[in-house]
Design a protein around this ligand. Structure first.
Ligand code: A3D
Length: 320
């Protein structure tokens, strides 16, 4: 059986890291696409030359030609510009919307059966626009944010509790922005919910509140440190986790920006929710019940995402 084909649209910091991870994990053959001449070719060759030492079997190709992504099984989209210090994710809207148009059309014309994972910011609006421009089924187009935001939350919690992060589960709901909702009630250490751990004296409410805020600011913390771009190792790892769930039909329960129509009181929009990812793409949206506080935060997040989608419609009349 032929190896799966994984197209990475955007060969920048995240795209290059994705290519390396896909090769190391032997998830499939990689096509790196970018408009910057030489960048995808150079990264593909460099990673391919690490193959003999690492011992992986995967072919890597860099290109500026969309026909090279033909019949890809998975497309991961990072094309666009990242944040610089002082910029919010929303500041990227106008520039990256134009990029989504060309990428969406490239996928529509060359890889219409792919499972598409968008990473470009502002995430929830860009994944919506990418779906509109590509015309692919909603369940085959999603956005990576929740896996990363949850991983950050899990990392901070594991450090606070001094336990293995393998035993810390967490999830983050809502849009990928300042209004994201790290869910304290649904996050656990080996099944014990965080509020119980506060009562057990494992941490204090103040410390937990600070961790929740640090999770919300997780992207900005890295941007502030790097100064020249945004996070890329953990974002790439998170998207690979989603791609693997699809390619291996793992039925993983992962939070991601999915099209929600009916669940959580929403009718037809992209936002961060828990989902089941398997061979059918987004096979299910997990319709969790929120308490009053969570609902208020989720509603604010939904409102922020809707505002960005309206702004996209204002910029590109074909989306209205
Ligand atoms: P960067 O290293 O700048 O790579 C972006 C690449 O896109 C560059 O190589 C560009 O040449 C390329 N590009 C620009 N326009 C096009 C186009 N029309 N077609 C194809 N390629 C194009 O950025 P990065 O890899 O650090 O980040 C990529 C995106 O991911 C940015 O929008 C970030 O804001 C976003 N991001 C999202 C998260 C989430 O959790 C959602 C996390 C981190 C970064």
């Amino acid at each position: 059986m032929a190896r799966p084909k994984i197209a990475l649209i955007g060969a920048g910091q995240i795209g290059g890291t994705l290519a390396h991870l896909v090769a190391l994990k032997e998830l499939g053959d990689v096509v790196l696409f970018d408009i910057a001449e030489g960048t995808p070719e150079g990264k593909a060759l460099d990673i391919a030359e690490s193959g003999p030492s690492e011992g992986f079997d995967a072919s890597l190709k860099g290109t500026q030609d969309y026909s090279d992504i033909a019949d890809a099984d998975v497309c991961i989209v990072t094309a666009g510009v990242p944040r610089k210090p002082g910029m919010s994710r929303d500041d990227l809207l106008g520039i990256n919307l134009k990029v989504m148009k060309s990428v969406g059309e490239g996928i529509r014309d060359n890889a219409p059966n792919a499972f598409v994972i968008c990473i470009t910011n502002p995430l929830d609006a860009m994944v919506w626009a990418l779906r509109e421009f590509s015309g692919l089924p909603h369940e085959k187009v999603c956005g990576m944010a929740g896996v990363l935001d949850s991983a950050r939350f899990r990392h901070f919690l594991a450090e606070e509790f001094k336990v293995s992060m393998k035993d810390v589960t967490a999830f983050v709901l809502g849009g990928h922005g300042d209004t994201m909702v790290p869910s304290v009630r649904y996050s656990t250490v080996a099944g014990i919910p965080l509020p119980d751990l506060v009562q057990m004296g494992w941490t204090t409410q103040d410390k937990l509140d600070a961790i929740v805020q640090r999770t919300r600011d997780g992207g900005a913390e890295i941007v502030g440190l790097l100064k020249t771009g945004s996070a890329f190792y953990a974002p790439a790892t998170s998207a690979v986790e989603m791609a693997e769930a699809y390619l291996k039909d793992q039925k993983r329960v992962l939070p991601c920006a999915a099209y929600v129509d009916g669940a959580l009181g929403l009718n037809g929009m992209y936002v961060g929710v828990p989902t089941v990812i398997g061979a059918g793409g987004i096979e299910r949206v997990v319709d969790i019940k929120l308490n009053a506080d969570e609902q208020t935060m989720f509603d604010a997040s939904v409102k922020a995402v809707k505002g960005l989608v309206e702004a996209c419609k204002g910029i590109d009349s074909s989306l209205a």
